[in-house]
Write a protein that binds this ligand. Structure first.
Ligand code: KIV
Ligand code: ZN
Length: 504
């Protein structure tokens, strides 16, 4: 049984999904979860692309243990140096450098000849190798490149020291059989291929990213690049949960598996949705809301008699047990802290205190506290950013015969400001009043509300995205009252915008 390495690029290619930008703290939080999930390599960003990317890679290197931490860089000395600066303190690290090899890219985008592309690729791998032993090279647009030239480049970069060669289907153009043949050709024609791991990086423009990656595994690939929920540039990347569960479920066929702790899949998926605000379609394989919902009577009948009649994956194997009751009103600080630890969170004493207060408050309103409720509290209280604005009080009126209004008291630094405003509904009135009080000029791009756990006394979670001066941020709020959750989400997004303005 071969073990296929999982290279997660949610923080780099995933962040290239429109509107998916993440703050440094959110990236560190997600990287911790990826480590719990057991990915082999985390591509933490593209160091030269922005100070924020550089800082998040550096922080992940210092704070996240386990996986190899990698930075992307173009095949340019200044990029590679910056990548090295960002990763150098990680105990296990990698430089990933790339250069296009297709004639379309070389002719129209980079205006260089094949010879120049080959020479630069090999030189830059050699330069990266002078800084770091673990170097990955990607011939961008490999699947639209001349296979003979592609093999020449691969042979040259392996001679220059690349320990992984990654074959990207950059525009999601290939098909499973064709891609499998390409991987086989590389294995047969590149004389030094045994000195390197073959990786694949498939985009999903034709909906084939997972199938193409699996076909590559059959033909000898030893590493798959993928993202949680399949997010990424355009139609996204190969979805981690699908490719991992494909291999796990059909180990008998692939004779290959990964080291992923699949029980962490659901939590990773939810965290990515929460941080990026990109929802998962209900019928998405593995992590969609309907992935384990059986509607047809004949299926339900079979399941009741014997689960394997219609279930190929046990829901528990991806961490989807029916929400577990963990704590209640009488639980103490110690039990709360232990539960957080089991869930992988280790807050500082101050953060724990804040989260515990929220928990007690929630336990007064809601009899049963589930893991999802605790996750909502943690993401608000522990991974919060400095608060310029905070909600002191909110009172709303509405209904069928009243003009909806909201009276809010907001703290802005040391001051408290109170105002009343009107709107088309209580959320609209609340948002208009917040804008009136704060004098902010951001545009509301999206508003989503969902119940975290079942029942009408459940917590509601609201996510919004706001845009100002070309920056898009997402804000979250959770509360048993959805108008309060809505206000918190809007204020959280305003705080993020303010935080970004002061240079983070
Ligand atoms: O899609 C692509 O080609 C990439 C490379 C940088 C690996 O993301
Ligand atoms: Zn890509």
């Amino acid at each position: 049984m071969r073990t296929i390495r999982i290279f997660d690029t949610t923080l780099r290619d995933g962040e290239q999904s429109p509107g998916a930008s993440m703050t440094v703290d959110e990236k560190v939080q997600l990287a911790r979860q990826l480590a719990r999930l057991g990915v082999d390599i985390i591509e933490a960003g593209f160091a030269i692309s922005s100070p924020g990317d550089f800082e998040s890679i550096k922080r992940i290197c210092g704070e996240v243990e386990g996986p190899i931490i990698c930075s992307l860089s173009r095949a340019k000395e200044e990029d590679i140096k910056r990548a090295w600066e960002a990763i150098k303190d990680a105990p296990r690290r990698r430089i990933h450098t790339f250069h296009s090899t297709s004639d379309i890219h070389l002719k129209y985008q980079f205006r260089v000849s094949r010879d120049e592309a080959l020479k630069r690729s090999a030189e830059m791998v050699k330069f990266a190798r002078s800084l770091e032993e673990d170097v990955e090279f990607s011939p961008m647009d490999a699947t639209r490149s001349d296979p003979f030239f592609l093999c020449e480049v691969i042979e040259a970069v392996i001679s220059a020291g690349a320990s992984t060669v990654n074959i990207p289907d950059t525009v999601g153009y290939t098909t499973p059989d064709e891609f499998g043949i390409l991987i086989k050709t590389i294995r047969e024609k590149v004389s030094n291929i045994n000195m390197s791991v073959i990786s694949v990086h498939c985009h999903n423009d034709l909906g084939l990213a997972v199938a193409n990656s699996l076909s590559a595994v059959i033909n000898g690939a030893g590493q798959i690049e993928c993202t949680i929920n399949g997010i990424g540039e355009r139609a996204g990347n190969c979805s981690l949960e699908e490719v991992v569960m494909g291999l796990r479920t059909r180990r008998d066929f692939f004779n290959a598996d990964t080291s992923i702790r699949t029980e962490e899949i659901m939590r990773s998926s939810r965290l990515v949705t929460k941080i990026t605000g990109i929802p998962v379609q209900p019928n998405k394989a593995i992590v969609g809301a309907n992935a384990f919902a059986h509607e047809a009577g004949i299926h339900q009948d079979g399941l009741l008699k014997e689960k394997t009649t219609y279930e190929i994956i046990r829901p528990e194997s991806i961490g989807l047990q029916s929400a577990r009751l963990v704590l209640g009103k009488h639980s103490g600080r110690h039990a709360f802290k232990e539960r957080l630890k089991d869930m992988g969170y280790e807050p500082s004493p101050e953060e724990l205190e804040k989260a515990f207060e929220r928990f007690k408050h929630l336990a007064d309103q809601k009899k049963e506290i589930f893991d999802e409720d605790i996750e909502a509290i943690v993401s608000e209280e522990v991974y919060s950013i400095p608060e310029i604005y905070s909600l002191s009080d909110l009172y709303v009126e509405g209904g069928t015969s009243r003009r909806p209004s909201a009276t809010l008291k907001l703290r802005i630094g040391e001051k408290t400001v109170e105002k009343t405003g009107f709107g088309d509904g209580p959320v609209d009135a609340t948002y208009k009043t917040i804008v009136d009080i704060t004098g902010t000029k951001s545009k509301l791009l999206s508003y989503n509300v969902k119940g975290i756990t079942g029942g009408t006394e459940a917590m509601g979670e609201v996510s919004v995205s706001l845009e100002e001066d070309g920056r898009t941020v997402r804000g979250y709020g959770a509360d048993t009252d959805i108008i309060v959750a809505s206000a918190k989400a809007y204020i959280n997004a305003l705080n993020k915008l303010a935080y970004l303005k002061i240079g983070r």
